[in-house]
Design a binder for this molecule. Structure first.
Ligand code: GLC
Ligand code: GLC
Length: 815
């Protein structure tokens, strides 16, 4: 078993100790409007707000070698040419380390006594990326070398950039002044922004033409200029503009040189665009470079990145958890993943190209569940933005572009689970903050220009939408799909180039989803509690009535004997039923019926979970999405049957839906099972990285299942709803600290052998230091709760009314 690295928990870093990881292992920079992605070999790209419309540097997906565009440094010393991050030259290094931290990565490479460190990060609130570069002579002799920097510029609109070469090869423009390269393609016409690629140190040469620096018949592994040891001072006219700088260094024994390279998105604002024809006004770019030429400013900016994360993470910390994997995930990496999914939804990662999908309606609502405690004000704005892409009849645009905040017409709406997720995010926000004003905030409907209907109106519209769109069993119609984007019961596609998500006609269809019914139960129950909290008891009973009706329908129509049926197809035939030859049991309907409260009084909920355990679960990889996988394509089922068996929605282990089952086990007090299941998909707990291949510090969307030829192989890491939901599982369901309307509710569900743990939680301005002890070896049930030494009844900590901002909570399990 190869060893590629380890966690450094005290520094909240993952340390990669060899560069040739089984797949590129990615990290993110930025949490405001500017973002970068970097792998352990410095691959990746950078963009402002929107990876499709404002991409600064290029990246080629499905390339070979993989991950071969990025922020590269080359060292040329004598005959030897190498990169501190190993790639692209892949020259053997004497030492390599990449520390992926929260919001930064630090790559250090060493060869022949020269050490180069590249620390990359995005300062809070700034639209720029800093590479702090340190070059050290670790030998006892003077050394001479040249260092070259390299990025390839993207022409901002990434799709056109990678498809329309008859145009792009003639429009590239740059300017060079001092140590800075200004990429200004399309600036003469409609763009009012440019990219700055500047070095804070005097440079000894540059290139901006890729043909000159790399060479038409060379590659990034042997760029012509680096091999020759000299840049050509080329100016790009069209073709592929790049930023490359040459820095010659003479270092005494033990000497270190430190400087920075800045990659910035510069908006010209109201400044005049040009100093003279063809010469842009570079005032802002120069100011940026001048500012960061002071290394103290660079260091302060880096410290600000770290300080910001420390402060965010201090909101939830569980320092004494008996399981190291759960502890590090819940305290550090899971929260980092929640930040990434909140900011980027499913847009830009190693698998999401940044051009395909913007923000997802269902995705972003769920992402809020794991993020709202960190920055509730941003969650609030996001909820309102999302709601504004809903139509007056309740239909939701399935995606929207973050730059314009407008619904994406290509994909449209008709994913019938979408509206309900808004209720979950809104309730989570109010439970966290107690702020009911969000409900009155006007957000309007996308098809009613100027409308000002408040958020609460959207929530009622969403409930009504589900009620209005029901099929022959009185279950909700599925539309194009529900949470499972690949269960396309109305698509009937026979045309290979069609999108499963949009093909087919949903008007008049009968196909129904039990998963949506379960989600409706969950959402209405949430809403009932919210109305009670608001003191609107009539509304609470009205919604309770809808809950009761739907529950009755589910129990009458959707119980299959040993588990809940998944759906009914366009001909009203059951899916996920014992009568099916393949796809007999699906995970989502078990999860949502149980979470929604079905099967509580008749034993079915427990049976449904046991069926998951029997047919879908393995301790090594987690639960497959369904069983048995479809071996052939079924046009009446759509994309789910398009994947080879054991991958993606065709019975792969889809981590996201596993988390709901984890919650299910905790509802039944099954602490052992909950933790075991939690660990079965936990990236930190993966043992063989040559099998798992994906990053050990963040969840992957999917792991190839026991039904595939490559079981255990993780894929599509970072941008998955698993981030948010697994944080909910660990922090709220297992460790049991649950934000609730009137205070923190304490309801852990842990393995019996755990003696206890502690959680520090900031909640509505108060810091709660919670100590949980488990003297009687129980899994669930709070026996006593003491607040600052005072015993109270129940398990909800009341909000202090006397201005206390620190509260000590002692919890004893064993009721
Ligand atoms: C992807 C989508 C998400 C969907 C899931 C299951 O993760 O982003 O919206 O629910 O796949 O199909
Ligand atoms: C494919 C994927 C699914 C994803 C969808 C997004 O169907 O299998 O996971 O949600 O694409 O459009």
């Amino acid at each position: 078993m190869a060893n590629y690295g380890h966690f450094d928990d005290s520094n909240r870093e993952y340390v990669i100790t060899r560069p040739d990881t089984p797949l590129p292992w990615l990290n993110y920079f930025g949490q405001d409007e500017f973002f970068g992605m970097a792998t352990q070999t410095a691959g990746g790209y950078t963009f402002w707000k929107d990876a499709k419309l404002r991409r600064l540097t290029r990246y080629r997906y499905n390339n070979n070698p993989m991950d071969n565009d990025g922020r590269f440094l080359y060292v040329k010393q004598g005959k030897s040419v190498w990169n501190p991050g190993w790639k692209p030259t892949r020259t053997k290094l004497d030492a390599f380390e990449c520390r992926h931290g929260l919001g930064y990565s630090r790559i250090t490479g060493k060869k022949d006594g020269i050490e180069v460190e590249q620390l990359m990060f995005i300062p809070p609130g700034e639209n720029l990326e800093v590479w702090k570069i340190s070059v050290r002579n670790k030998t006892k002799k003077p050394q001479k070398l040249s260092l070259f920097s390299y990025v390839e510029f993207c022409f901002f609109e990434a799709l056109n950039d990678m498809t329309n070469y008859q145009r792009t090869y003639s429009i590239g423009e740059v300017e060079i002044e001092g140590s800075a390269i200004y990429h200004k393609t399309e600036y003469r016409e409609r763009r009012n922004h440019y990219t700055l690629f500047g070095c804070t140190r005097k440079i000894d040469g540059y290139d901006t033409s890729r043909d000159a620096f790399v060479g038409v018949h060379h590659g990034l592994h042997d760029p012509k200029a680096v091999m020759a040891g000299k840049c050509t001072n080329s100016r790009a006219f069209g073709w592929n503009p790049v930023g490359a700088q040459q820095i010659n260094l003479s270092l005494k024994p033990g000497q270190e040189e430190t400087f920075a390279i800045i990659l910035a998105y510069v908006d010209q604002g109201d400044l005049p665009k040009f100093d003279s024809p063809m010469v842009m006004n570079k005032t802002k770019g120069k100011e940026i470079l001048a500012k960061y030429s002071d290394m103290k400013v660079v260091d302060a900016a880096f410290n600000a990145v770290k300080a910001r994360w420390e402060s965010l993470l201090s909101i939830y910390q569980a320092p004494k958890v008996p399981n190291e994997h759960l502890q590090r995930m819940v305290n550090t990496w899971n929260q980092a993943q929640c930040m990434a999914t909140f900011n980027l939804s499913r847009s830009a990662s190693g698998y999401e190209t940044g051009i395909g999908r913007g923000m997802g309606y269902r995705d972003s609502n769920q992402d809020i569940l794991g993020f709202v405690h960190l920055l509730p004000a941003r969650a609030r704005q996001r909820i309102l933005d999302i709601a504004s892409t809903q139509l007056a009849d309740g239909t939701c645009f399935h995606q929207y572009q973050p730059l314009t905040k407008k619904g994406n017409a290509d994909i449209g709406g008709g994913f019938n689970d979408d509206p309900l997720w808004l209720i979950l995010s809104t309730c989570a926000y109010i439970r966290e903050t107690g702020d009911l004003t969000i409900l009155n905030e006007p957000c309007g409907y996308a098809d009613k220009p100027g409308s000002k209907d408040p958020l609460l109106h959207h929530i009622e519209t969403s409930i009504q939408y589900t009620l209005n769109n029901r099929g022959p069993h009185a279950l909700p119609l599925i539309g194009h799909a529900d949470w499972n984007d690949c269960l396309n019961l109305n698509c009937h596609s026979k045309e290979p180039n069609e999108s499963f998500q949009t093909a087919g006609d949903i008007a008049g269809s009968k196909a129904e989803s039990v998963m949506i019914a379960g989600l409706f139960l969950y959402a209405t129950r949430d809403l009932v509690k919210l109305y009670h909290f608001m003191g609107q008891t009539q509304d609470a009973s009205r919604i309770q009535g809808h809950y009761d009706d739907m529950l009755k329908t589910v129990e009458e129509q959707a119980w299959d004997g040993a588990w809940y049926t998944r759906a009914f197809d366009a001909e009203s035939k059951p899916i996920g039923s014992k009568v099916c030859k393949e796809g007999k049991i699906y995970i989502e309907s078990q999860a949502w019926c149980v979470l929604g409260g079905a099967g509580q009084n008749n034993g079915r909920a427990k049976k449904a979970l046991q069926a998951v355990d029997k047919y879908l679960y393995t301790p090594e990889h987690g639960c497959a999405l369904q069983y048995p996988p479809y071996s052939t394509y079924h046009s009446e089922l759509g994309e789910v049957s398009s994947y080879p068996p054991g991958y993606k929605e065709n019975a792969g282990v889809f981590s996201h839906n596993n988390t709901w089952i984890h919650i299910g086990w905790t509802m039944f007090g099954e602490g052992e099972k909950a933790l075991e299941y939690y660990l079965s998909i936990c990236p930190s707990a993966k043992k063989d990285h040559d099998v798992y291949r994906s990053e050990p510090y963040v969840y992957a969307q999917m792991t190839a299942s026991q039904f595939s030829p490559t079981p255990g192989e993780g894929k599509n890491s970072w941008l998955t709803g698993t981030g948010a939901w697994s944080f909910v599982v660990a922090s709220q369901s297992i460790l049991g600290v649950q934000p609730d309307y009137t205070g923190l509710r304490i309801d852990p569900c842990i393995p019996k052998k755990w003696k206890g743990f502690s959680v520090s939680r900031k909640f509505r301005g108060v810091t709660y230091s919670i100590e949980v002890t488990n003297p009687k070896s129980k899994s669930k049930g709070v026996k006593s709760l003491k607040i600052d030494g005072q015993k109270i009844a129940g398990n909800v900590i009341p909000l202090p009314t006397d201005g206390r901002t620190a509260v000590k909570v002692e919890v004893t399990l064993g009721a």
